[in-house]
Design a protein around this ligand. Structure first.
Ligand code: MLT
Length: 418
């Protein structure tokens, strides 16, 4: 699904969000500063807007993505209340579905729990827009609960740790609710909750072409149920080339931290990065994880927003030296590609570059990094599912070009090579 120049093939028309990373002049791709626009509003303006008014922003972002407009204060209050009312899982769900079947991988557990929720819905196959909106809001509300419980089941059953279950509390935002349910002592600082809220806002949608959202469009276009569509999207997001990328960044940075003696020395950092690019170190792929993006060129606007918060959090946690090393890796990567590969490419850190570091600073276990992405992106999947149901007329069914062998003879079983 890429053109010869590396840009994506245009496959979806959407009114939900726009991702801009380059302009095209004829056949030339012109790099520009990245822009992410939710329903016409620049992500930076959205974030600055709710921060200026001293609020968390995820709830109004979900509303904006799903319904196309920012909610008025009454609508926001009702929407937030409705999320709270739907956070609890059906009776017996934790005891009979989550706890007895722990999974080391929380994404797989989230996926299977979503399909179990199909069985608990009295009207699961009704794909009228009203019913699908109801189902989507219920799933957006329940993802934090499922993820917290699935992680607790894993800790208890597989890691031998003690089990605690905190019920969601009224009046808390999604970010606060998650911290409250995840942490044994239910505590969190305002800065921690603010950063998690920012993470949820900036991950909530990324237009129609990212793999899990495209999957949502494809699967929805078959007229299947909401649970099947989101289970497919979760499967797509799990992959390390999509939502699982921040864990790759963390593994790479852990290796760099161990092996580069002086983190402030450009030469030492360049040497190690060069070894990674030459496939002598790292995971052998030659990739510097978290650098570059399928659409963004000069900058990923989400990484720009996150970087400042990562700096603040790192300073509070006494981890500024590590933050500076992240920054150095980001700054020196283009030079390394130039030296080792002769590639004169503009390459900037993407959101995954800082997100693992932020989650680590929040004390989150690695197992929930990608599930947190799902907890946010389910908002975008919801908006895109509704859009596909309203405006998609036909099943998405691209053509393929056959490039395999022709005119082969059918061989009887006895004549085939064993
Ligand atoms: C995303 O947010 O989905 C990722 O940046 C990947 C993408 O847009 O393709």
């Amino acid at each position: 699904m890429r053109n010869d120049d590396g840009t994506g093939v245009k496959a979806i028309l959407t009114e939900i969000s726009d991702v801009v990373g380059y302009h095209k002049e004829g056949h030339r791709v012109i790099p520009v500063e990245g822009r992410l626009v939710y329903r016409g509003i620049e992500i930076k303006d959205l974030v600055e807007g709710f921060k200026r008014e001293g609020r968390h922003g995820f709830e109004e972002t979900v509303y904006l993505l799903m319904f196309g407009e920012l909610p008025c204060s009454k609508e926001l209050e009702m929407f937030s209340k409705s999320l709270y009312e739907q956070r609890r899982l059906p009776s017996g769900f934790v005891q009979h579905i989550i706890l007895p079947f722990p999974s080391a991988d929380i994404m797989n557990k989230l996926q299977s729990n979503v399909t179990v929720l199909y069985r608990k819905d009295p009207n699961p196959d009704d794909i009228s827009v009203g019913n699908v909106i109801k189902q989507c809001i219920s799933l957006i509300a329940k993802f934090p609960t499922i993820i917290a419980r699935a992680y607790q089941a894993k800790r208890y059953n597989l890691d031998g740790k003690s089990l605690f279950i905190h019920e969601p509390k009224e009046g808390l935002t999604t970010a606060e609710t998650f911290l409250y349910m995840l942490r044994e002592d239910r505590s969190y600082t305002p800065l921690e909750a603010e950063i998690l809220d920012l993470m949820l806002v900036i991950h909530a949608d990324h237009s129609g072409g990212n793999n899990s959202t495209f999957t949502t469009h494809c699967v929805t276009s078959t007229d299947t149920d909401t649970y099947s569509a989101f289970a497919a999207a979760i499967g797509a997001l799990k992959g390390p080339k999509h939502g699982g990328a921040n864990a790759k960044v963390m593994a790479m940075m852990d290796e760099i931290k161990k092996n580069v003696r002086d983190w402030e020395n450009d030469g030492q950092v360049i040497d190690y990065l060069s070894k990674i690019v030459r496939k002598e170190r790292g995971d052998g792929s030659g990739l510097i994880y978290g650098m570059g993006h399928a659409v963004y060129t000069k900058s990923d606007p989400r990484a720009v927003l996150l970087k400042e918060k990562a700096r603040e959090l790192a300073s509070v946690n006494g981890r500024s030296a590590e933050f500076n090393l992240y920054n150095k890796v980001a700054e020196l990567t283009p030079e390394v590609f130039r030296k080792v590969k002769g590639l004169d490419k503009i390459i900037a850190p993407n959101v995954d570059f800082f997100s693992g570091f932020v989650y680590d600073n929040l004390g989150f276990p690695k197992e929930i990094y990608t599930p947190l992405f799902a907890m946010s992106r389910v908002a975008g999947w919801s908006a895109h599912r509704i859009e596909e149901l309203i405006s998609g007329k036909k099943i998405i069914r691209p053509a393929s070009i056959y490039v395999g062998p022709e005119n082969k003879k059918y061989l009887p079983l006895a004549e085939r090579r064993s």
